[in-house]
Design a protein around this ligand. Structure first.
Ligand SMILES: Cc1ncc(COP(=O)(O)O)c(C=O)c1O
Length: 308
């Protein structure tokens, strides 16, 4: 079928399908209630980075929500690799994918009716990285704004689980976009400590020391963990801490980490410039260099090559 040959392929409940054929019942509980979890890794040079760590985090999120995906972690790894395999030919030499596993509790039952299918809904799919959209961030740095909206506390729903329930951070993004389109939200937790953004963790550099919010009220990002490991290797002192806006305003450097960004400098926080005139401070530069070597890809250049 030539019309499908140029389409990405996704895995849905045991089948590999062209994306246009991936259809979910509207009573899927992921859609009805956000009763689902997901995880996302990315490729570098068309190869998946730290897939096992992402699948391990996915299974911790599943356990927290008491969802049985019906697949063992090794099968999830194999399916994810297969999805990439089936889509690799659609990437150009400069591009890379986000590769995501999404698992919902399944389809809600209707009293007295046979459910269309029993068990969890498992979807594995890939999406080209937004290299064009984000290219300017690696030239200008990220403008961060702290919204009034606070990060959901662990007492309500642990931010350590990566659930498909993002309105807390989406509302924060909406608030920030209304103030400064293009700025990124970083939320405070209920105690007023810096927490995280929709899809990113925060780091500050203060007097040569690397600081990041404690993992209790944030998703422990795989990229965050990668930076912590690289800092240890480079001998950069590093600590998880309760940080507030005072720390952010006083910081010499700041950056965000995420699967897609890796690490990207923050230029300003609530309009206050971070550090000196250089967008990339010295500690940020060292860590980016080490990250590039680790992943075997110059991700800064990859983004910049896509500037419009
Ligand atoms: C809420 C949240 N915080 C932080 C991150 C960064 O995590 P990672 O580095 O694993 O992408 C993500 C993205 O997965 C996220 O959704």
């Amino acid at each position: 079928m030539p019309a499908l040959a140029n389409q990405r392929t996704a895995y849905l409940n045991g089948e590999y399908l062209a994306e246009s054929q991936v259809l979910l019942p509207f009573r899927d509980r992921g859609f009805l209630y956000g009763d689902a979890v997901f995880d996302t890794t990315r490729t570098f040079g068309h190869r998946i980075f730290r897939l096992q760590a992402h699948v391990d985090r996915l299974y911790r999120s599943l356990r927290y929500l008491r969802i049985d995906p019906g697949l063992a972690p090794e099968q999830m790894v194999a399916v994810t690799e297969e999805v990439l395999e089936r889509n690799r030919h659609l990437l150009d030499s400069e591009g890379d994918y986000w590769v995501s596993q999404r698992v919902s509790r399944g389809v809600a039952s209707v009293d007295g009716e046979e459910p269309p299918r029993a068990g969890a809904t498992v979807l594995v799919e890939c999406t080209p990285l937004p290299l064009r959209e984000r290219a300017a961030l690696y030239r200008d740095g990220i403008r961060v704004i702290v919204p009034a909206q606070r990060r959901t506390p662990a007492e309500a729903l642990s931010p350590r689980a990566k659930t498909s329930n993002y309105p807390n951070m989406i509302v924060a993004d909406q608030e920030v976009s209304a103030i400064d389109p293009g700025a990124w939200a970083v939320l405070l937790d209920m105690q007023g400590h810096l927490a995280e953004g929709r899809g990113s963790n925060l780091f500050l550099v203060s007097a040569g020391e690397l600081l990041t919010p404690k993992a209790l009220n944030v998703l422990p990002g795989i990229s965050r963990q990668t930076v912590l490991e690289l800092a240890a290797e480079l001998g950069i002192p590093c600590r998880e801490a309760d940080l507030d806006l005072y720390d952010a305003y006083a910081a010499d450097e700041a950056f965000l980490t995420s699967t897609s960004l890796c690490l990207c400098p923050v230029r300003s926080i609530n309009g206050m410039q971070v550090g000196g005139e250089e967008v990339f401070g010295p500690v940020t530069r060292r860590l980016i260099e080490a990250y590039r070597v680790l992943v075997g890809c110059d991700f800064v250049e990859q983004y910049r090559r896509h500037s419009r």
